[in-house]
Design a protein around this ligand. Structure first.
Ligand SMILES: Cc1cc2nc3c(=O)[nH]c(=O)nc-3n(C[C@H](O)[C@H](O)[C@H](O)COP(=O)(O)O)c2cc1C
Length: 417
């Protein structure tokens, strides 16, 4: 974006026509080369974002930058031409099919919860080539979240710290948003997952009703529902990972799920549980087994952590001093090792969704080898831009071709011991 505008200014200001002709030739040649490189090599797609987008972002408040990017994506996806441009620029040109939860995913890489809480840019995410998108966290009641500022970038570590506190439009408004979307544009071409959170004012012993109400309102529009009992930014929410809370929520959500399926004469929807990284291996195995034994269809590993890196770069120190959940690169190893632990404990027939610190194809491959059938990212998009999808999927495809495996699903759990 910056290069074209600077070059157009040069073009408009060059006085002599001859000079203008040679500048035009230079302009076309240089852009021709850039586009050629970009289409040949997906990793160069991110260069523009890294060189120009990221430095520009640094001057903006993290949450405002996030809001502007989301609005821009929403706007771009509302027009067929710009949607086509998004597809041409960012959509992976390889397919790595995964069959899961009754759907065919074009590849294993989707958008993690929190990025598009209110489902504002659904067609944009689809156009950029993601294989599924998780909206939310949605809470039963609309809420503003914690006071700002509440989202911080640690650029050196490629990490984020946030204490958003489930700011979202609430289940009623989001139901209307999705209803309007389906009426105007039909259903999205990729599965839509819904992340279910708990409203702040709802007491813990009524949490199941809160999750159930959101599930009921959004049931028709979501393909998969994720019960989020692991955000560190809603007081005491993580206590719901304990047996009593988790079992009660699962039971109630199963009832709602069955009722909706019966009433609307459709298949019941998969219900997953998303867990926190801040626990011992024994606790993790216990929660995973409890979720599985109580009918959860899979697990999302993991949410953000309250831990911080031991020896942060001075530029990141103040960010790591902020209260909230950390995501991005420093979470990567922890979440990958949790995936391995869950896979060992519950076996290969219970799907694991891997999320935490994915910034390139290698990170994604490691999570799949550890046992993740599908993977997701949030922070990677903040630091790498929308080209991350192509980078990851093309990289996975290359790794797959170099391996002895026939399909990406054959790679799942090959290094889980
Ligand atoms: C600003 C922000 C908001 C988030 N909101 C949610 C949320 O509402 N629900 C949820 O389950 N996870 C939420 N997450 C966690 C992400 O979905 C993901 O689990 C976590 O960031 C680790 O992935 P990453 O390293 O790719 O960012 C949020 C993360 C960030 C950075």
């Amino acid at each position: 974006m910056v290069i074209p505008s600077v070059l157009s200014m040069i073009l408009l200001n060059s006085r002599a026509a001859g000079q203008r002709g040679s500048v035009i030739r230079m302009f076309l040649c240089s852009w021709g080369q850039v586009l050629k490189d970009v289409f040949r090599n997906p990793t160069t797609m991110g260069v523009g974002y890294r060189w120009f987008g990221r430095p520009l972002l640094r001057f903006q408040d993290s949450e405002k930058a996030h809001g502007r990017s989301l609005s821009l994506l929403g706007l771009a996806s509302s027009n067929p031409l710009t949607r086509l441009a998004l597809r041409v620029l960012y959509k992976p040109r390889v397919s790595l099919p995964v069959e899961l939860f009754g759907h065919r995913y074009i590849h294993p890489f989707g958008l993690a919860a929190g990025m598009d809480k209110n489902a504002k840019a659904l067609r944009g995410w689809e156009a950029t080539g993601l294989s599924f998108v998780e909206i939310g966290g949605v809470t039963m009641l609309e809420q503003g979240g914690n006071p700002k500022p509440r989202m911080f970038r640690a650029p050196h570590a490629q990490a984020l710290v946030n204490r958003m506190g489930f700011n979202n439009d609430g289940s009623e408004k989001i139901q209307l948003t999705l209803e309007r979307h389906v009426k105007r544009h039909g259903r999205l071409g990729i599965p839509v997952w819904v992340n279910l959170g708990k409203s702040k004012i709802t007491p813990l012993d009524e949490a199941h009703l809160d999750y159930g109400a959101t599930l009921e309102r959004l049931w028709s529009y979501g393909d998969v529902f994720v019960i989020n009992v692991s955000s560190p930014n809603t007081p005491n929410l993580r206590e719901l990972q304990d047996d009593e809370g988790l079992i009660r929520i699962l039971r109630h959500c199963h009832e709602v799920n069955d009722e909706q399926a019966l009433t609307l004469k459709r298949e019941r929807k998969p219900l997953l549980v998303k867990v926190a990284p801040d626990m011992t291996e024994e606790q993790l195995v216990h929660i995973a087994k409890t979720a599985k034994n109580n009918g959860a269809d899979g697990i999302v590993v993991s949410n953000t952590t309250v831990e911080r890196p031991g020896d942060p770069h001075p530029r990141d120190a103040s960010v790591f001093g902020q209260h909230g959940g950390m995501s991005g690169q420093p979470l990567k190893e922890r979440s990958t090792s949790m995936i391995r632990t869950v896979r060992q404990a519950v076996g290969k027939d219970w799907p694991i969704i891997g999320v935490g610190g994915i910034a390139n194809a290698q990170d994604a491959w490691e999570k799949i080898e550890a046992g993740a059938t599908l993977i997701q990212a949030y922070s990677g998009f903040v630091f790498e831009g929308p080209s991350l999808t192509k980078q990851v999927v093309h990289g996975l495809s290359k790794r797959l071709r170099a391996s002895q495996h026939a399909s990406i699903t054959d790679v799942v759990g090959t290094k889980s011991d």
